[in-house]
Design a protein around this ligand. Structure first.
Ligand SMILES: [Zn+2]
Length: 95
């Protein structure tokens, strides 16, 4: 295996974190639970990916990942993605 940069220095990561994975994605609620399965870093119990030690690129043909693909995970987990509103003091406005 070699990277698009030409390097053959590819590292493999496999970490079992089960439901202790914290994930932040742009414009979506934080996820504190299992590893999202459709954002290119493994899924379920495991964080798994290969990356280039020279340029840092994750070695996967899953990218680019569309917003629709990201949102499929939230829908599957029944997580509300409606944007939250906050008052001047920073407290969430509950509707
Ligand atoms: Zn590389």
């Amino acid at each position: 295996m070699s990277c698009v940069c030409g390097s053959k220095r590819i590292a493999s990561i496999g970490a079992k974190c089960s439901d202790l994975c914290f994930t932040q994605l742009p414009d979506r609620p934080d996820i504190d639970g299992y590893v999202p399965s459709n954002i290119g870093i493994g899924g379920g119990d495991y964080v798994e990916f290969d990356y280039c030690l020279d340029c840092g690129k994750i070695q996967s043909d899953e990218f680019p990942i569309t917003q629709e693909t990201v949102d499929e995970f939230y829908e599957g987990e029944c997580i509300d993605i409606t944007p939250k509103e906050y008052d001047d003091d920073g407290f969430e406005i509950l509707t």
